[in-house]
Write a protein that binds this ligand. Sequence first.
Ligand code: FRU
Length: 310
Amino acid sequence: MHRYFLTFLAAVLLAGCSRSVSNPAGEKVFTVGMSQCNLGEPWRVQMNADIEAAAKKHSNLRMVFKDAQNDTLKQRAHIEELVSAGVDAIIVSPKESQPLTEPVAKAYQAKIPVIVLDRAVQGDDFTCFIGADNKKIGKAAGEWLRNRLGPKATVVELKGLMTSVPGQDRNQGFRAGIEGSGIHVAFEADMKWLEPDARKEMESALARLSRIDAVYAHNDPGAHGAYLAAKAANRHREMIFVGIDALPHEGIAYVKQGILNATFQYPTGGAEAIETVLKILGGQQVPKTIVLGSRVFTAENADQGGESLP
Ligand code: FRU
């Protein structure tokens, strides 16, 4: 009872706010709902911070943040709540592709502009998708390793959630990058983007394989988890570690500390999402897809800000 009443109250308040509030300049204040799939990883905390910082520069924007705590059903409900509350636009970074497709499509069909950030949904029923090219990043990671490993090298691949598009694309791109090189992926597992899972999977890989030349993890928490497992087994010097995200205080710091050998930047797109929302609310056309660039950071180039992917 209590929970439903609070949800109802929140919906009423939200709807009230989005209807008729003006800023001191007399402009209509738009309410933008942001549905985040979880805030457990530093990268997602950074995405919300980037969105908040960009939104704060505009007195005609008011943000409402929702955190689904890595629960797909909760995230579906959050999107439905934002629609019933009558927000002016929705930004969503979905946990999984298929289950979030329907609520996103329903919001879009209800004429609410929807920006899908970082993890894609299926079909075309959204206003704009913003994210980096995960196939390209995976391929670059494969090529980077290929240039450093011998032709019979043994690699462990720790995959991101394979029901999400970045996980699928980082896997496919990587396989294309090492194709024909003789590099052998001797162990692969879905660590669901989570450091503790990656650590556990790596313990199994270490137990099974007497030699590992490299670990390719789909994100930096995964690469770090693998490193910790290898270090605990005193085998960390035997292999190189490659991750993705390159947050300054996470992946890039690991590279500078000599924990990771490379990290590929995965920009959050938070600022671009706000820029795009403003254009849409201002009546401008926006592209269906906005592709963000990436950079690679290694011990050699990290102090110079990395190097852009071609
Ligand atoms: C955070 C995260 C990042 C990764 C992104 C992919 O939840 O796992 O580490 O790059 O999601 O969507």
